[in-house]
Write a protein that binds this ligand. Structure first.
Ligand code: FAD
Length: 505
């Protein structure tokens, strides 16, 4: 045993990665155990610059209000809404946590990171319209979804979404659901605010430090770091480690020889979007509008046209279009994919290639797509498109984790998996969906798996700041709605709900 030698810096918890997940976990630990020494180690010079950065994700505050993929259709035509309700509850928990921090004066003005924007579902063709109507009918009785409107009337749709329906030729049945409870979130700003607050409460937030090794040593974890500018090495030691390194998580777990992921593989898919800042286009589209995937296409292909506000500037963004890069982080190495291949995960890689043929075929089609093909996809939303108005931008990397499930190679990337090892002393987050929106609830899940013995003592405080999540007592929907509404007032989400501007209507 190496012991606690002089050169080790001691902490109670080391959180690897400065994205929204580590920032949220650090915030919760700081609330629950104010005396703990917490370190956050981020390899880049600015936190929240990988997947959590505003332009590396779509900024949708996923609350289940408009996404078809959270409400799959059953064979009899009815809709399973359980996932949409769960995500609605998780997002409500995030709102309550953020409102608590705003009220305490710890993360600044809410409009710097969250804004109201209508969330709309867009059904096309007889099947799409039937799916949307069934979705709306099944959800409208739930308090978190109350107030969602549904229409097939083109005049009404043109009033809600002029860019899409103001001048639309008759292209068959269409329908829209519209909720004014939707949000646009800048998770990059939020991450930096959370970490600044954490630092001012005594946490050690280290930027520009790459975690290079992770080793179990007796009752603690030994975390090797390297200053990326000077090359200077360092060692941190803590009984608890969270790996929230996004695309860098699996390589670190592999390096640490964590047995739970020995058979896991990974496959990176990057997302691209068409973007415009044209003032007329931006002003004519005040929502985030989610369509449905084409028949046979995977859920990551769900197209959406979003109004976004980033650093005070308004844009429209359409996508995602899948692309391939072998890097696991935007700022990662070209060799990331190759380095992740190990004898232990070769069978899962082969099985995943075999068992995900439709996804592979979709990716190949996406890679072969021309710029005209992308504009055609946009035309299903915006009938009249000028190519010069739109630029193609690359967003973040999604590292889809591959593992065996029921004898088949499966992708975990469309859900999230909390991996724990060494009696819960190490926890890691794998998978990319539903993402940053559910950070508060997901991090309560991490606490529950990592610290089962402390949850009873933490429960009263957790119930105040993250209701209905993980170990916290589940609230009745009406009570959760009341908490969410109070949070919305603090976050100033009811002041100017996104919609077409009066002067253009
Ligand atoms: C195209 C796309 C669209 C998305 N759209 C949405 C959306 O609309 N709404 C939503 O809620 N979610 C969305 N998501 C998901 C969301 O972006 C992620 O779930 C979330 O940002 C993940 O946060 P994180 O903290 O786990 O990872 P990151 O934000 O990637 O943070 C990980 C950090 O770890 C650091 N790191 C990595 N390796 C090391 C190391 N060895 N040492 C030190 N630091 C390290 C990285 O530099 C990085 O800063 C989207 C994702 C993508 C890719």
């Amino acid at each position: 045993m190496k012991g606690t030698s002089m050169y080790h810096e001691q902490f109670d918890a080391v959180l690897i990665g400065g994205g929204v997940m580590s920032a949220t976990l650090g915030t919760l630990l700081g609330e629950l155990e104010p005396g703990w020494r917490i370190a956050v180690v981020e390899r880049l010079d600015e936190a929240g610059s990988e997947s959590s950065s505003a332009w590396n994700n779509a900024g949708t505050g996923h609350a289940g209000l408009c996404e078809f993929n959270y409400t799959p259709r059953r064979a009899d035509g009815s809709v399973d809404v359980s996932q949409a309700v769960a995500i609605g509850e998780q997002f409500a928990a995030s709102l309550v946590l953020w409102a608590h921090l705003v009220s305490a004066g710890r993360i600044g003005e809410p409009q710097d990171f969250i804004r109201p924007v209508a969330h709309a579902g867009f059904g096309r063709g007889p099947d799409g319209v039937a799916h949307l109507r069934a979705r709306w009918a099944a959800l409208r009785g739930h308090p978190l979804f109350a107030g969602t409107e549904y229409s097939e009337d083109r005049a009404q749709l043109a009033d809600w979404l002029p860019l899409m329906f103001g001048d639309r030729p008759d292209d068959g049945p269409v329908a829209v659901t519209r909720s004014t409870q939707g949000t646009d979130v800048d998770f990059g700003v939020l991450t930096r605010r959370l970490l600044t607050a954490l630092r001012s409460h005594g946490a050690d937030v280290r930027l520009g430090q790459q975690v290079t090794s992770l080793e179990r040593d007796g009752e603690a974890w030994d975390v090797g770091v390297r200053d990326r500018r000077t090359g200077a090495p360092g060692r941190l030691r803590a009984p608890y480690v969270f790996v929230g390194a996004g695309g860098g998580t699996l390589p670190l777990l592999q390096q640490a020889r964590v047995p739970e992921v020995r058979r896991y593989g990974a496959f990176p898919i990057s997302g691209r979007f068409l973007r415009t800042a044209d003032p007329d286009l931006v002003a004519a589209h005040g929502g985030k509008v989610y369509g449905h995937a084409a028949p046979g296409a995977p859920t990551i292909s769900v197209p959406h046209l979003d109004h976004r506000t980033v650093e005070g500037r308004e844009h429209l963004v359409f996508g995602p279009f899948a692309a391939f890069s072998p890097r696991f982080l935007r700022t990662g190495r070209l060799s990331d994919l190759l380095r992740s291949v190990r004898p232990g995960n070769l069978p899962v890689l082969a099985a995943s290639a075999r068992d995900n043929r439709s996804l592979m075929a979709y990716l190949v089609r996406q890679l072969a797509q021309t710029s005209e093909g992308r504009l055609d996809a946009l035309r299903t939303f915006v009938p009249r498109v000028e190519a010069d108005d739109w630029e193609l931008v690359t967003a973040g990397q999604r590292v889809q984790v591959l593992k065996m499930s029921g004898g088949r190679g499966a992708m975990v990337g469309f859900g999230t998996e909390v991996v724990t090892s060494a009696g819960g002393s190490l926890a890691a987050l794998l998978g990319a969906s539903p993402g940053a929106s559910t950070a508060a609830a997901t991090m309560v899940d991490v606490l529950a798996t990592s610290f089962p013995g402390r949850m009873a003592a933490w429960a009263p405080r957790l119930a105040e700041i993250v209701p209905s999540a993980g170990g916290a007592e589940r609230l009745e929907p009406a009570e959760l709605l009341a908490r969410a509404q109070a949070a919305r007032r603090v976050l100033r989400l009811d002041e100017a709900t996104g919609g077409p501007r009066e002067d253009l209507a």
